[in-house]
Design a protein around this ligand. Structure first.
Ligand code: DP6
Length: 361
């Protein structure tokens, strides 16, 4: 399970009485997917993602010191200004998991106020941005209590805590490209936290665009925890984990050399493999919708006709992320508006791009 004692904060007698911290943290889109985990929140294979810019969670954490440390965690939660009891159990278990590393949690009462920049129930996973934003705020308080922490330790621990909230959240703290999970060919990579992709990235990937087509905004049919569990005893899991490790090596070379055709192949294959894993598990799920397939076919046609380097990826849902170089922005936007918007629910899509991670507001 690893020794993570370096992440345990010292209990200091100096604790600020009250105050408030606001930060934003983005979502991210995996290129090599994390699907399958073991306790506690450790990935079965390394993953790599683009950090997004526009789709993010903004969180304000108000804290007030208690006279005496309480028996349980004391917090109130507001989502877009309204009390949100449904989210409380997730935060409660997050606090439980991180309390050995953040020993001051029970010395405070917290009010957490959170909102997303992307439309409510758009089907965009908010756990990555939400959990990383909360971890970031808590780490700001941790830094006030333990000011000797270095910037590097601070970033690492924020990713470490985010991971305990949601695996993919570990990849949202920094940008533009992060890797989570130990891989022998990615220096300094770790299962415990994500790192910034540690090699020079080819200019082809600068300002890479991600337009998210909201094909289906319904509730997720399968929660990510249930989804990850499906990989236990899955007939193809060990091959899948091996393949993800190989794809990390391929993608590392592609990102360094600027090979856009190689990028398309790895990214689309990863997306379809993720869905293939869901279709071949027990119970099985089909999370793509007819419109998802229509969009994919249109993208393939457009690529064939124009020589464009556009490609798609998918999360555990029906929405399609369209990835393309900044230099193709105008042409691809015309294509999306004329050919793809019809497949989006209420014609909705979000224009995002690669971004730099969490920050104080
Ligand atoms: C398909 O990070 O949401 O988006 O650790 O259970 O919170 P938990 O899972 P989560 O899983 C994300 C899965 C994915 C692929 C990815 O982002 O790598």
């Amino acid at each position: 399970m690893g020794d993570y004692s370096q992440f345990v904060s010292k209990i200091s007698s100096v604790k600020p009485d009250k105050g408030s911290i606001s930060c934003s943290s983005p979502s991210n889109i995996a290129l090599v997917k994390y699907w399958g985990k073991r306790p506690v929140q450790l990935p079965e294979n390394p993953s790599i993602s683009f950090t997004l810019d526009i789709c993010k969670t903004e969180t304000t954490l108000q804290y007030e010191k208690l006279e005496n440390a309480s028996e349980d965690f004391q917090f109130e939660l507001f989502f877009e200004g309204e009390p949100k009891p449904d989210f409380k159990p997730k935060i409660q278990s997050f606090f439980q998991r991180i309390s050995e590393y953040i020993p001051f949690l029970k010395h405070y009462k917290f009010i957490i106020d959170t909102s997303n920049t992307f439309p409510h129930s758009s089907g965009i996973a908010s756990s990555a941005s939400g959990m990383s934003a909360l971890a970031y705020c808590l780490m700001q308080l941790d830094k006030q209590i333990n000011p000797t922490i270095t910037e590097e330790e601070y970033i690492q621990k924020t990713s470490f805590l985010s991971r305990l909230g949601s695996g993919s959240a570990s990849r949202s703290i920094e940008g533009p490209i992060t890797v989570w999970g130990k891989h022998k060919e990615v220096a300094e990579s770790s299962d415990a936290y994500a790192i910034k992709f540690p090699y020079d990235v080819h200019p082809n990937f600068t300002n890479y665009q991600d337009t998210i087509l909201l094909v289906d905004k319904g509730e997720k049919q399968v929660s990510s925890s249930v989804g990850h569990d499906l990989m236990h005893g899955h007939p193809f899991s060990s091959e899948r984990f091996k393949q993800a490790n190989e794809n990390i090596i391929r993608l590392k070379d592609i990102l360094m050399s600027g090979d856009l055709d190689g990028f398309i192949e790895v990214v689309e294959s990863e997306a379809l493999t993720l869905h293939a894993m869901m279709m071949t598990s027990l119970p099985y799920f089909v999370l793509m919708k007819p419109n998802t397939l229509s969009v994919i076919n249109k993208i393939w046609e457009y690529r064939k006709e124009t020589g464009s380097k556009i490609c798609f990826t998918l999360d555990a849902g029906a929405n399609v992320h369209i990835l393309y170089p900044d230099s193709e922005k105008d042409g691809v936007m015309d294509f999306i508006k004329s050919e793809l918007v019809v497949y989006c629910q209420k014609g909705q899509y979000i224009c995002d791009k690669i971004g730099l991670g969490a920050k104080l507001l």
